[in-house]
Design a protein around this ligand. Structure first.
Ligand code: NOJ
Length: 743
């Protein structure tokens, strides 16, 4: 029995140095299997269960329950992975315990919530998605991985790809919004960015598709609440992004806290085995979300933690995050014959495989390198990218009389509001190792941008929350003596994110009262929103001259917003989520069904008495400082053979006088199906850039995969019939044509 694995690894042929031909790949896979087989033969049952056990360090706290003894457990060889631990030195020290103080010296895996950047913080995911720029999203994940791996991390708990249609749910901020296709594209881009082509590359890390599944649809938008929906809806609306990550080779999946079909997701054989393994062929490992095994007890699904452990492991969960259930009970469950040893072996093998792929058996400290850490973190290049990415995330919601961009010749600007000089909120709710003291506020951004000829009259006016109006007079004075008013309004970072649902989603506190006072002065008022979710802002929309949705833009927020305010960058962001007029409309999303009584002016139709069916801003919406004109749609044919394809083209012209980018969006509607079909579904998009006066033909090629859906028998199939096809600038403003999918 060897004391330490490195005697064993040293005899491995160094196949990974050889060129990567298919033969070499097969040889490497055989070698990896042989290595893991040998290792597993050396391991006791307790040591294998140890690989299935993940604990948090004290460096960060991302859940309700911490374990003081985890370092001792590592020493016992009964921990496989640690999260919430980073920096080269700290991870090196913990790794040393695993490598030098345990019997087999199996290295630990270090995970963390690197959600929208690690040290350089990018926009919250809802904002990143608003770029509709998949290359930029991929690059943001690459940079995050570069920074995180330089601090000893191997594994990110991202991307979060829960489709959500409920802005009351705080975690909408971490999501890509309401659309399965757009979310799936973002999911693919992020997995590619984090994992790259080779996990052994020091700059890449394991990604996690989370939370599996349907966590974004809790009843009434309340976090962790029950999810109940038809299997048709689950498969067509909530699962596609997860399936996409399996196609991209995502390394890990995380379970969800919620129950679905009355079974907690962490104990759901249907999700974790039938769909994930048998249908999709996922080969990585599944980690629980935090103590979700233990939570099967209050869910009323398990009698006690031991029972919960049995349900979780047998359903297909491989690793227990923080719950100590596997640690405490798995060996007993095996002895009692309630869990098979082969199930433990399977889970341990999956986890060891990822450690092998990361190169941890070659050198367990390879990621914990203080020199690389110094070189990689918050470089000028990373910050420059962050600024460009942040300005691309901004959505122009209103621009009456071309109030924006502001002229360089403005003599005075009033900057008012609690978000104007506020560093902490800018980096959002999942800012991981981000340092908010490095974030650029809007006040700073304006100062950086403006010369001395422009006077900035700043007044906070009020707090984000609370009733204090004592700052109103000063704010009103600042507005009165200025040519233009910019109001920075929004939510605190902690008002969205995990455990941050709101039943009212207007501007908190007395911010709207302040806004109402300021607009009375009759000056142009530009509202800059900073928030993690769609807000109900009908009143602001009615009275403001211009509105910019800036989400939480991260480290470089203030500079990025200034770029847009003064036209150094022409906004191109588009909403990944519908903005309701009021809370009563929720859930409101664009890909709804028609109903048997679509709305007309007659009484007995599907509508409200007190609010239109339409949202304040539809999915896909976002203005530009220039204008784009769409030609009619040109189809290569109005019939598409089932096995063939169809080209749909439009010519888009920049009819304004500045350079601009536009997201050209294609939607379809099947008029009759074996199940009722949505009135629109996004199926393709392309972001283009046009000089003033320039035209571009954009062509989308469709095939039956774009038209297929899961029917009542759970078959993914296209059904011949009539389709409408729409192309336009958002989900409502579109050109329309029709075609037939032939038998
Ligand atoms: C709970 C969250 O739901 C999950 O997204 C996160 O990755 C874990 N905590 C770990 O921090």
């Amino acid at each position: 029995m060897h004391k330490n694995l490195f005697s064993l690894t040293s005899i491995l042929p160094l196949v990974f140095f050889l060129a990567c031909t298919p033969e070499k790949h097969d040889a490497e896979t055989r070698e990896m299997k042989r290595f893991i087989d040998n290792l597993m033969k050396e391991m006791t049952l307790e040591e294998k269960i140890g690989q299935l056990t993940l604990y948090s360090s004290y460096m960060d706290e991302t859940g309700p329950f911490m374990n003081e003894d985890y370092l001792d457990y590592i020493r016992e060889g009964r921990v496989g992975a640690v999260f919430n631990a980073f920096t080269a030195d700290y991870t090196r020290e913990i790794q040393r315990i695993a490598v030098e103080e345990t019997r087999l010296g199996i290295p630990l895996l270090f995970g963390y919530d690197v959600i929208h950047g690690h040290r350089t913080i990018f926009p919250m995911p809802i904002g990143e998605t608003a770029t509709w720029d998949m290359e930029a999203i991929k690059k943001s994940a690459q940079i995050a991985a570069r920074e995180a791996t330089a601090e000893g991390l191997h594994w990110t708990f991202s991307p979060m790809i829960d489709v959500t249609r409920d802005p009351r749910w705080g975690r909408i901020a971490e999501s890509s919004g309401e659309d399965p296709f757009l979310t799936a594209e973002v999911a693919r881009a992020k997995v590619r960015g984090y994992q790259g082509d080779d996990l052994k590359d020091l700059h890449t890390m394991l990604a996690t598709a989370k939370h599996f599944a349907a966590y974004g649809a809790p009843q009434a938008g309340r976090d962790y609440h029950t999810v109940d929906m038809s299997e048709i809806t689950l498969r067509n609306k909530f699962l596609p992004p997860f399936k996409a990550t399996v196609e991209e080779g995502v390394a890990t999946f995380m379970t969800a806290f919620n129950d679905l079909f009355a079974v907690p997701a962490t104990g759901s054989e249907f999700l974790l085995t039938q769909i994930l393994r048998d249908e999709w062929g996922f080969e990585g490992f599944v980690v629980t979300d935090y103590t979700s095994i233990n939570e099967m007890v209050p869910h009323g699904f398990a009698r006690d933690e031991k029972h919960a452990g049995k349900l979780a492991i047998n359903a297909g969960t491989d690793m227990d995050m923080q719950g100590s259930v596997f640690y405490n009970y798995l060996a007993e469950l095996v002895a009692e014959g309630k869990v098979s040893e082969s199930r433990i072996d399977e889970a341990a093998r999956r986890i060891l495989t990822m450690k092998y792929k990361l190169g941890l058996f070659d050198d367990p400290y390879r990621y914990s390198d203080p020199e690389r850490e110094k070189e990689m973190i918050m470089t000028a290049e990373n910050l420059e990218f962050a600024r460009d990415f942040a300005r691309k995330s901004i959505v122009l919601l209103k621009n009456e009389n071309n109030t924006l961009p502001l002229s360089d010749n403005i003599r005075s600007i009033a900057l008012i509001g609690p978000m104007a000089d506020n560093q902490r909120d800018l980096i959002g709710s999942w800012s991981a190792a981000g340092d908010y003291t490095k974030s650029v506020t809007l006040l700073q951004g304006l100062k950086n941008r403006l010369g001395s000829q422009t006077q900035v009259n700043y007044a906070k006016g009020t707090d984000v929350i609370g009733e204090d109006k004592s700052g109103f007079p000063q704010a009103i004075r600042a507005a009165a003596i200025s040519d233009v008013v910019i109001m920075a309004l929004g939510e605190h970072y902690w008002q969205s994110g995990e455990a941050a649902s709101r039943s009212i989603i207007d501007l908190p506190g007395v911010q709207e009262d302040l806004f109402n006072e300021i607009v009375k002065l009759g000056k142009p008022v530009v509202v800059v929103l900073m928030n993690g979710r769609p807000l109900t802002i009908e009143n602001v929309d009615a009275k403001a001259s211009a509105i910019l949705e800036t989400w939480f833009l991260g480290t470089t927020a203030g500079d990025a917003i200034a770029d847009v305010l003064f036209g150094d960058y022409n906004p191109s962001g588009k909403l990944p989520v519908t903005f309701p007029r009021n809370v009563g409309q929720i859930p409101i999303f664009y890909n709804v069904k028609n109903t048997g009584r679509p709305k007309t002016e007659f009484k007995f139709t599907s509508k409200y008495l007190d609010v239109p069916n339409t949202p304040l801003y539809p999915f896909g919406f976002g203005l530009s400082y220039t204008t784009f004109e769409y030609s009619d749609i040109n189809l290569s044919s109005n019939q598409m053979p089932l096995d063939g394809s169809l080209n749909a083209s439009v010519t888009v012209t920049n009819t304004g006088d500045r350079f601009g980018e536009e997201v050209v969006q294609l939607y379809i509607r099947q008029l009759v199906g074996s199940i009722t079909r949505p009135i629109k579904e996004l199926k393709a998009f392309e972001k283009i850039a046009l000089e003033p006066g320039e035209s571009r033909e954009v062509t989308f090629e469709l095939n039956q995969n774009h038209l297929a859906f899961y029917n009542a028998n759970n078959e993914f199939k296209a059904e011949p019939g009539e389709f409408h096809l729409f192309i336009g600038t958002n989900s409502e403003d579109v050109k329309k044509t029709s075609f037939t999918l032939m038998e």
